[in-house]
Write a protein that binds this ligand. Sequence first.
Ligand code: 2AM
Length: 171
Amino acid sequence: MRLFLALEPPETLRQQLGELAELAQARCGGRRMPDDSLHLTLAFLGEVAEERAAALAAWVGERSIPAGEWRLDAWGAFRRPGIVWVGGQTPDPELVRLHEALWKELAAFGFNHRPGHFVPHVTLLRRAHHLETRGLPSLDLVWPWRRLSLVRSFTEKDGARYATLARSSSA
Ligand code: 2AM
């Protein structure tokens, strides 16, 4: 099964992000992420066998992560898959630390972190036709995060669907 570690937004923020996704879609086209799928990926694990997935779920369920706040103040786009996202103007240092600490621990499960620059972001649109985000409203949102989620991704005909398999306890 395809798994990743993520932060899930608090409900009020989820709604705000959904409204931004609607505005962005009107301007950029493409497919809007359903509100209940909005998330920040901290570590993408790819295909994981069932037994290892159960061990990962237990590991997530038994731990906590330090609490933090992520400031969302920038629109961005990834050209190749046509992604429009919201995130920070610079990668948030606390999230970068968390991302690095998680990958160190994941090594104990035999996962290797493929080198690549970590850009914390929330994907709002996929397959956008225009990647121009100028003219969209300026952002200043705060995402208070407390818990880590282990999420499974299912591929369906109209896009990916996600199911949360485990959550860490509150810090
Ligand atoms: P995206 O939203 O930028 O596409 C489930 O697919 C989650 O894992 C999404 O947040 C997706 O990021 C991310 N993801 C998918 N493939 C990935 C990869 N090869 N490396 C890092 N993140 C990936």
